[in-house]
Design a protein around this ligand. Structure first.
Ligand SMILES: [Zn+2]
Length: 354
């Protein structure tokens, strides 16, 4: 059995960024002027839709699909079926069904607030394009060789706003439960691994999430068809409310609420540092992300992967914005493992460690 033997890495501790990604064949990498993942204000890939601009499906495909060596994959590309309009300032409006679009950027003050807590966060579609271009150029990994496994929350907003638009990319296999923790465990990861194309690539996305609403800030998001923001991530918000009331405690998980109690228990261990933060939910989300990544890296050591060529791991936090804006992704750790040579060929700590 071939397993990943050297992929278990320390999390959140000074992963040195040593390589530059450069422009690549399409010249559309997001971070051409800096090391991958650093904040480069105002840098956008070519053909990206300006904020607040209505675009047609054709223009999307010209910009993203026809000119790209690799393009869209499920969670990471923002072709939204629910809103074909520019951002609506009046929150009392309800979304109108329309053509697929890449959602516009959130207003600058929202983006600034997001990046203050999640430095380097980028629109998911831009970051996805950059990453996929990179793995294609450097490792020859094409979309039809990839099976995506997603440890994301079960919250519908994730796949309502970000869904699979590129049929060549397979997946996602859902590995996550509440809060994005990989509740399917070794059994789930193992089943997922067996579905990967021969000599293909296991692409793992590890990404708990947090909402940022224009009206209510962290922990909320305005959802399609609703008039008022609701909690996001609801599971983490529920745990935070118990923590703030002083009712959070360590308990034995039950069959009836296994995931919720497990989250409570994990958070309970970090109660002090969470409550000491200016934004406890942000701190809780980052802790959950680290927990999710550590779990996946542990679990993967028990999984048979001999028919797989590469494992690509992308770990971070998804920041959901109100339904009319694109979501943002704080990609904190990017890994590529060469299965046949048993070498970790990329290990980039991309964002500033919280
Ligand atoms: Zn959630």
């Amino acid at each position: 059995m071939t397993v990943v033997s050297n992929l278990l890495l320390p999390i959140g501790r000074n992963h040195k960024v040593s390589n530059r990604l450069g422009g690549g064949p399409s010249g559309r990498y997001l971070y051409t002027q800096g090391e991958f993942g650093t904040v480069v204000p105002g840098v956008r890939i070519q053909n990206m839709t300006p904020p607040n601009t209505m675009i047609s499906p054709d223009s999307i495909f010209q910009g993203y699909i026809r000119n790209s060596s690799l393009n869209v994959f499920s969670f990471l590309i923002c072709l939204n079926l629910l809103s074909a309009c520019a951002p609506k300032e009046n929150k009392k409006e309800t979304p109108t069904p329309g053509s697929p679009v890449i959602l516009p950027d959130a207003p600058r003050n929202i983006v600034d607030s997001i990046r203050k807590e999640f430095p380097g966060a980028q629109p998911v579609h831009a970051l996805a394009d950059s990453l996929l271009d990179f793995v294609a150029a450097k490792y020859g990994i094409t979309a039809d060789q990839i099976l995506l496994g997603a440890s994301t929350c079960v919250d519908d907003i994730i796949y309502t706003k970000n869904f699979q638009a590129h049929r060549e990319l397979k997946g996602p296999f859902h590995l996550g439960g509440l809060a994005g923790l990989p509740f399917t465990g070794i059994s789930g990861l193992s089943a997922f691994a067996h579905h990967i194309p021969e000599d293909g690539t296991m692409m793992l996305e590890i990404s708990p999430h947090i909402g940022y609403s224009k009206d209510k800030g962290w922990g909320y998001v305005l959802r399609p068809g609703q008039h008022d923001p609701s909690t996001c991530c609801g599971a983490l918000m529920g745990t935070l409310q118990k923590l703030e009331k002083g009712t959070l405690k360590q308990t034995e998980p039950t069959t009836e609420d296994y995931q919720g109690i497990t989250i409570d228990n994990k958070v309970f261990k970090h109660s002090k540092e969470i409550m000491a933060d200016d934004y406890p939910l942000v701190a809780m989300t980052k802790i959950t992300y680290q927990e999710a990544e550590e779990q996946i890296l542990r679990q993967i050591r028990s999984v048979e992967i001999e028919h797989t060529k590469y494992i690509v791991i992308m770990a971070g936090v998804l920041i959901n914005t109100d339904y009319m804006y694109t979501d943002y992704w704080w990609l904190n750790h990017f890994l590529v493992y060469d299965v046949k040579n048993k070498v970790l060929v990329e290990d980039k700590k991309l964002s500033i460690t919280p």
